[in-house]
Write a protein that binds this ligand. Structure first.
Ligand code: GRF
Length: 373
């Protein structure tokens, strides 16, 4: 995959920048950040960027700012520009040179509350729902065509600070995701209206399936190969493993995705159990995936989960069916030595921050349940 070269422009603390840099740590993310530029000397974002190992530059304002900025970006082969809390209107040289390739995030549902202090504007106005918007940058203030939005219920917020932090949480999810889709050329713009090409490279009627679900042993070899090659299959619907899921996928194009396979530990794969803390942050808190034969598979599993998420993102999959309870994919519960515990798998954790619909086999009614584990 060719990763497009990204510059991030900042002026302040850089939490959105941080979210983008984190997403880009995954080698399957379709953008590679090459430089961060701030128009403010002491912007904390600069130091944060350096800690990520990214070149971070302060460019003084002034009449030649845009020309100098264009030179900095051109020299580094930048193709896409993300404004992340960049408190300056771009015009002239930048807009010409990077026309339709500059994105911005704004903390409201545009066109409501453009400009400064959008969160305070929303709070004062008394709206119940606000959110954030990622849009293309034109010469106006927060006026360019909209690429994506996320709603946030702010009805229980007591002040603008609470509004800002509720929205910020969603910004960090929305921005890296929209940027990735933009880099993959999934948007078509006609005037102000942008539509997203719903089809991935594999076509429209398409979903990903963690294929511990719904595959008879005979089909598994096919699924393993398809997963490794990243090609979709059409389910014949004759597996008896879980009829609810099979009814849903029958005749549709399905990309079998398995973090264990992509982490290089399939054949023969001994079942794994999660040891250590459970709960949403369990992988960061040091959970270990140990196979029944005692081998520590944690690193392989994490690598496989990242690869699987990359596959989902690149192929334009909109829906992922996870195998509930598995250490990689369990969405609500996973297997531990003490039995089932609350928590989600490494793959599920990454997917939760992507714009895909997540389901588990438990969402599909079935008269047969004996193979659910
Ligand atoms: C964010 O609320 C963003 O929407 C707006 O400026 C703020 C920047 O915050 N454009 P951060 O620097 O990304 O933390």
């Amino acid at each position: 995959m060719i990763r497009r070269r990204l510059a991030i422009l900042v002026s302040g603390r850089g939490s959105n920048m941080d979210a983008i840099l984190r997403a880009a740590e995954n080698p399957d993310y379709p953008l590679v950040p090459v430089v961060v530029v701030s128009n403010r000397a002491g912007a904390p974002a600069l130091e944060k960027a350096r800690r990520h190992g990214i070149e971070a530059i302060h460019l003084k304002g002034g009449p030649t700012f845009e020309d100098r900025l264009v030179r900095v970006l051109e020299k580094r082969g930048v193709e896409v520009v993300a404004l992340a809390g960049f408190m300056k209107l771009l015009r002239g040289a930048m807009l010409e040179r990077f026309a339709d390739r500059i994105l911005n995030i704004h903390p409201s549902l545009l066109p409501s509350f453009p400009g400064l202090d959008a969160q305070a504007q929303a709070f004062e106005h008394g709206v119940r729902v606000s959110g954030c918007t990622v849009h293309l940058v034109d010469s106006g203030m927060d006026t360019g065509p909209i690429l994506g939005q996320r709603c946030v219920d702010i009805s229980s917020c007591h002040n603008e600070k609470e509004v800002a932090s509720a929205i910020l949480e969603q910004e960090h999810v929305l921005y890296p995701d929209i940027l990735a889709r933009f880099a993959m050329n999934l948007y078509r713009t006609e005037g102000r209206r942008t539509t997203e090409v719903k089809t991935g490279p594999h076509g429209q009627d398409f979903l990903a399936l963690h294929f511990g679900v719904g595959t008879d042993p005979g089909q598994r070899d096919v699924a393993v190969s398809a997963c490794l090659l990243g090609i979709p299959c059409r389910y014949a619907g004759d597996s008896r493993a879980h009829e609810g899921v099979l009814r849903h996928v029958e005749g549709r194009r399905v990309l079998p995705v398995c973090p264990e396979v992509l982490g290089g530990m399939w054949t023969p794969r001994a079942p794994m159990i999660v040891h250590g803390p459970t709960g949403p942050g369990m992988w960061k808190d040091g959970a270990q995936a140990i196979s029944e034969d005692g081998e520590n598979r944690t690193q392989a599993l994490l690598k496989g989960a990242e690869r699987a998420a990359g596959l989902v993102s690149r192929s334009g999959v909109r829906e992922v069916i996870l195998k509930e309870r598995s250490p990689s994919c369990g969405l609500h519960r996973i297997h531990t030595p003490q039995g089932l515990k609350d928590g989600h798998g490494a793959f599920a954790e990454i997917l939760k921050n992507m714009s895909v619909t997540l389901r588990t086999e438990e969402d599909f009614p079935s008269s047969r349940t004996e193979n659910l584990d």
